[in-house]
Design a protein around this ligand. Structure first.
Ligand code: GLN
Length: 207
């Protein structure tokens, strides 16, 4: 089977750390700076950094519309920290939730937590939070995978997986492996006619 081709949006932020982690798991991890570079991707990661800078850069380069189209076609997208914000209703609108920025407060600029995340098994993941958001409101299609103090910090809405923390800064690659499994399913499962995204065989399309 050919390697998965996963794009990492490389406008600003810690995209290189995601590329290293994805490459370590056997993916072809390509930096994305233009709409043309979204072609032929099996998945896209929107990294942490500064959400206003990333959003402005995407709009400037036509990547906002192009990434919306990619996601609407059913291609898996993973947003981390600022990337979680960029995917929300107030920004690209890829998933039906709204973030609260810098939600954990000034005194908690950064912290680490052992976090149980649904889908990643019984071992907690070491989650690094850096001026992190949380999900303050979401619609019924959003599945909450992990919470901190009752606030969702890992969610999935169909093909969009969003986490408030940085998993790419640890040596635990299970979150990226989970995302790559979504990308693989998207590639290999049979298409279901009549459903959005069916042409690419997205098992969750229309769910
Ligand atoms: N607080 C930042 C923002 O709003 C996100 C921080 C991060 O990605 N580590 O963009």
């Amino acid at each position: 089977m050919p390697a998965l081709r996963i794009g990492v949006l490389a406008i600003q932020g810690d995209f290189a750390a995601h590329q290293t982690m994805l490459a370590g798991l056997g993916a072809e991890a390509v930096a994305v700076r233009s709409p043309a570079e979204l072609l032929e991707l099996d998945g896209l990661v929107i990294p942490g950094g500064e959400s206003t800078t990333i959003s402005k850069g995407m709009a400037r380069d036509g990547l906002d519309e192009a990434v919306r189209a990619l996601s609407e076609a059913g291609t898996p997208v993973m947003g981390s920290c600022a990337g979680m914000i960029v995917c929300d209703r107030e920004h690209l609108g890829l998933a039906d939730y709204r973030c609260r920025r810098n939600a954990f407060g000034r005194q908690l600029q950064s912290f680490e937590r052992d976090l149980l995340v649904e889908g990643l098994g019984d071992e907690p993941i070491r989650a690094v939070f850096i001026r992190a958001p949380w999900v303050e409101q979401h619609g019924p299609s959003v599945e909450v995978l992990a919470e901190v103090d009752g606030h969702p910090v890992a969610v999935r809405d169909a093909n969009v997986l969003s986490v408030a923390f940085h998993a790419e800064l640890t040596d635990d690659s299970r979150l990226h492996a989970y995302f790559m499994a979504l990308c693989t399913t998207g590639m290999s499962s049979a298409s279901r006619p009549g459903m959005p995204g069916a042409s690419r065989g997205m098992p969750w399309a229309g769910a």
